[in-house]
Ligand binder design. Structure first.
Ligand code: ARG
Length: 273
């Protein structure tokens, strides 16, 4: 009896000592709130999420993804953040990961040729549209398809999580016999069309042009029945205080000709080089 009590007492003392020694290093109690990009003490940098597989909006000049992404969106973002007194950090990720990154505030805003759809508006806020585009069918030279109907029986690639993926899915159901092949990156779609593993890819006109510039064995045709507007807007976490600030500078750029200059630079001059 006596011995057992002693052992118990010793164990108890030992545990108390252990608790005391661990003190404030208890991970549960010491974790303060995880800081988000906007709450950092160094709040001067804004993180922009993008999927840099989308020339001329955002892309790497070298094929292997070295260096920093450049393009139309990057220039607009640089202009706006500079005007507002912030540094810009660009975070490249899969397109499908952009909205989750905004929702978890791992990014302050996103520019990625993103269309402000009703569905997305449930999860994020958008600026006004800063550029319009149309969808096209990209194929290997010699087999130009002009409509979804002509794609019956074919394998059709789309980028995961995009409006193109949505449109293709709906049209495939209407037409029947189209196999949708979703991929994370536009560059993967391009490779697979070239290799003949998929027959076509649905990609917007300006971006298709960018890829065809470096892949002359490909062609694109505008889709006749592709109706919906596929303009691009800047996305933000819901209720972000940046929405109005960015919108004000964007309006300024529309009025003072800055936006037009960048359109000229990336959608015209870039293709002529
Ligand atoms: N405009 C389309 C959308 O919003 C495609 C955008 C894809 N962007 C990219 N950087 N890959 O769904």
């Amino acid at each position: 009896m006596k011995r057992r009590k002693l052992i118990l007492a010793l164990t108890l003392t030992a545990s108390i000592a252990a608790i005391a020694a661990s003190g404030c290093s208890n991970p549960e109690s010491s974790t303060s709130e995880t800081s988000t990009p906007t709450e950092d003490s160094d709040a001067k940098t804004l993180v922009m999420a993008t999927s840099a597989d989308y020339p001329p909006y955002e892309f790497y000049e070298t094929a292997k993804g070295e260096g920093k992404p450049i393009g139309f969106d990057i220039d607009i973002a640089t202009y706006i953040t500079k005007e507002l007194g912030y540094e810009l950090e660009v975070k490249d990720m899969d397109f499908n990961g952009i909205i989750p990154a905004l929702q978890s505030e791992r990014a302050d805003f996103a520019m990625s040729g993103m269309t402000p759809t009703e569905e997305r508006k449930q999860s994020v806020d958008f600026s006004s549209i800063y550029y319009d585009a149309k969808n096209t069918i990209v194929t290997i030279e010699g087999s130009a398809y002009k409509s979804y109907k002509e794609l019956a029986g074919k394998k059709v690639g789309v980028q995961l999580g995009t409006t193109q993926a949505e449109e293709a899915k709906t049209k495939a159901e209407e037409v029947g016999g189209i196999t949708i092949e979703p991929r994370n990156k536009i560059s993967d779609l391009i490779q697979e069309v070239k290799a003949g593993r998929i027959d076509a890819a649905i990609i917007e006109d300006t971006v298709a042009k960018g890829y065809i510039k470096t892949n002359p064995d490909l062609v694109f045709t505008e889709i006749e029945e592709s109706g919906e507007l596929s303009g691009s807007a800047i996305a933000f976490p819901k209720d972000s205080e940046l929405v109005d600030k960015f919108e004000a500078v964007l309006q300024e750029m529309k009025e003072n000709g800055e936006l037009e200059k960048l359109v000229q630079k990336w959608f015209e001059d870039y293709y002529e080089k």
